[in-house]
Design a binder for this molecule. Structure first.
Ligand code: FE2
Length: 369
């Protein structure tokens, strides 16, 4: 299973993972065979890529959150933000239940690396982003030893970190071109708006509310709204700041496709001590598969392989199956090697879909043994 951009899909490809719309309803289930109509519809709905199954990477990817929970949380958060817009009130009970479900599943799967990104439409970006930031923040917090109560607190803050955006005009939020200085200042207000919404609700911990307030603060004091430095920023907000940027990098946006996970991790790592708390970034790196299962990768030897398994102890060194030799001829008998035990092999880069297509078309299956 691997992630393929919409414009490179073709009829007959098999859906690798169910596709949800912005409301959390299933549009296409796993194993559906794509027709040109389906592809056209997905493109109209604003999907930039989906997961497909194929002969190269026919592997199931371990999902850290079940589809059932993802659907439930998506629907709940969608309803929460609509209720807030209509009635000016937050229905916190259903958010608490959603976060409790995420915390339970992530605790049960604490030995599984984060392997899969959520696939969203452009319209559904904010919602999908909020859920993924929730998942990533809880994963980091589990790794840092947070207890159940603190996990719930950070989860609430994380899934609602951008709730203040509900008070900002969608014309500004969805504006395709660059923002004017006035519009930019307006968008920046979302952290204060979010804090006000959460702070005034008796059932929400002040630490959760501070996540909304402080998630754009930066470790070196260059963030907003108050320019707080290092541990003046609550640890909850420092965690969510890392999850927020990392998820924005791996997501497809209207103006660019998502970064491969290893590159997104490198960018976040580059922000250590400037944008981010070093400890938090280290916990992110320790819990995310740098080369997710299903990725097609180029090795230092020139050979090409598919990632088949990831190790919690070695997030950068997965188990791989070599499928093309150094001359890029398809192997009749692929070789499986564990990069965590062999230091002479390492991954140079993740291949892009056009590069993979070129390989497949230049190299008929089963060319060398
Ligand atoms: Fe934000």
């Amino acid at each position: 299973m691997r992630r393929v951009p919409i414009d490179l899909l073709h009829e007959g490809m098999v859906v690798g993972r169910s596709i949800l719309n912005a409301e959390g309803q299933i549009l296409l289930t796993q194993d559906t065979i794509l027709t040109s109509k389906y592809i056209q519809r997905l493109s109209q709905l604003g999907f930039a890529s989906i997961y497909i199954k194929d002969g190269l990477s026919n592997i199931d990817v371990p999902d850290i959150v079940s589809e059932k929970t993802r659907v439930y949380v998506t629907q709940t958060l969608k309803e929460t933000s609509e209720y807030l817009k209509k009635r000016g009130k937050l229905n916190i009970r259903s958010v608490q239940k959603s976060v409790a479900l995420l915390v339970d599943e992530l605790l049960a799967n604490r030995n599984v690396l984060f392997n899969l990104e959520d696939i969203r439409t452009y319209d559904g970006y904010l919602l999908g982003h909020s859920i993924n930031v929730g998942i990533l923040s809880i994963i980091i917090a589990i790794s840092m030893g947070y207890d159940q109560l603190k996990l719930q607190e950070i989860g609430i803050g994380a899934v609602l970190h951008d709730i203040g955006k509900t008070l900002i005009s969608t014309d500004i939020l969805n504006k395709p071109g660059p923002l004017t200085p006035i519009e930019f200042n307006c968008v920046r207000k979302h952290s204060e708006f979010g804090f006000e919404i959460l702070r005034t609700n008796q059932e929400i911990s002040l630490l959760s509310a501070h996540v909304a307030f402080q998630h754009h603060e930066r470790w070196d004091g260059t963030g907003y709204p108050r320019g707080l430095v290092a541990d003046q920023i609550t640890q909850h907000a420092r965690i969510v700041a890392v999850a927020d940027v990392f998820d924005a990098l791996i997501a497809d946006r209207q103006y660019r496709p998502g970064y491969p996970t290893n590159l997104a991790l490198a960018i976040v790592k580059d922000g250590i001590g400037k944008h981010f708390d070093p400890l938090v970034v280290n916990h992110l790196i320790a819990n995310v598969a740098a080369f997710p299962v299903g990725s097609i990768v180029l090795l230092n030897t020139g050979e090409i392989a598919v990632v088949t398994e990831t190790h919690k102890d070695h997030p950068q060194k997965p188990v791989i199956r070599i499928i093309f030799d150094a001359k890029h001829r398809r192997l009749k008998q692929p070789r499986t090697i564990d990069l965590s035990t062999l230091s002479r092999f390492w991954i140079k880069e993740t291949l892009t879909e056009p590069e993979i297509n070129k390989l497949i078309s230049n190299s008929p299956a089963e060319s060398v043994g």
